[in-house]
Design a protein around this ligand. Structure first.
Ligand code: ADP
Ligand code: ZN
Length: 228
């Protein structure tokens, strides 16, 4: 990274797509490649649940059932995180915004600091494949690297390629029932944001049914072009 950037020049990217589309996997790859910070409201909420904060306690049951956590809670968590100094490197929003109210709150927050959205990138996938993707996935509990029973196994089973950790975890809401609820919430509340961002001239669409590396290449090109 070449020096400290002023707030006005920090790139802001949004990844849109249903659960299982690969937002988290791709956001981490973009973080590694471009030095941007991945901001996942799902991760922030899971950390709040684990820490037993007031927001975490309020969110816990809703998340397990696959519903959406209230806008107030999510917006407050995101606002705090965006104010951290590392975000001046640029951010990839993964899982936020998920409702019209969140999208408007984000626009207001960015306007306050003279920032703009470089691109809202929709990862386009078939719903039918999402359940398989989600049902097979797990994460290294030590460093957070994502794996999948069929699509991305570590070199040695049970041992994280990145950090050597052996504490692999599966999410509490990756059950068939919760996944169905999450897909439904996505279509009802989040998919309309695709036209919202098209109307703001920042929408980009990336086909996300290919391999992780193919998608990363296409997405990387879109990000690079929109970063300027
Ligand atoms: P996925 O995209 O695979 O569903 P996430 O980790 O992004 O996974 O989100 C997990 C859960 O956290 C969601 O089902 C929801 O309950 C909650 N959540 C995350 N981000 C938001 C948000 N922006 N608004 C409301 N709820 C959220
Ligand atoms: Zn690890």
């Amino acid at each position: 990274m070449d020096g400290v950037q002023s707030a006005t020049s920090c790139p802001v990217f949004i990844l849109l797509g249903p659960p299982g589309a690969g937002k988290g996997t791709q956001a981490r790859m973009l973080e590694e490649r471009f030095g941007y910070v991945q901001l996942s409201t799902g991760d922030l909420l899971r950390a709040a649940v684990a820490a037993g904060t007031e927001a975490g306690n309020a969110a816990d049951a809703v998340m397990k059932a696959g519903g959406l956590v209230s806008d107030d809670i999510v917006i407050a968590i995101l606002r705090d995180r965006l104010a951290q100094p590392d975000c001046t490197k640029g951010v990839i929003l993964d899982g936020f915004p998920r409702t019209g109210a969140q999208a408007e709150a984000l626009d207001t927050m960015l306007a306050e600091t003279g920032q703009r959205i470089n691109a809202a990138i929709s990862l386009d996938v078939d719903d039918a494949a999402m359940v398989d993707r989600i049902a097979g996935r797990y994460t290294c509990g030590t460093c957070g690297e994502g794996y999948h029973d069929s699509f991305k196994r570590p070199t040695s089973d049970g041992i994280c390629d990145k950090c050597g950790g052996t504490d692999m975890t599966r999410r509490a809401d990756d059950t068939v029932e919760a996944v169905a609820a999450r897909l439904e919430a996505y279509h009802a509340q989040t998919a309309p944001l695709i036209s919202y961002y098209a109307g703001h001239d920042v929408l980009q669409r990336v086909g996300a049914m290919g391999s992780i590396d193919e998608i990363a290449t296409t997405l990387g090109n879109v990000v690079k072009a929109a970063a300027a």
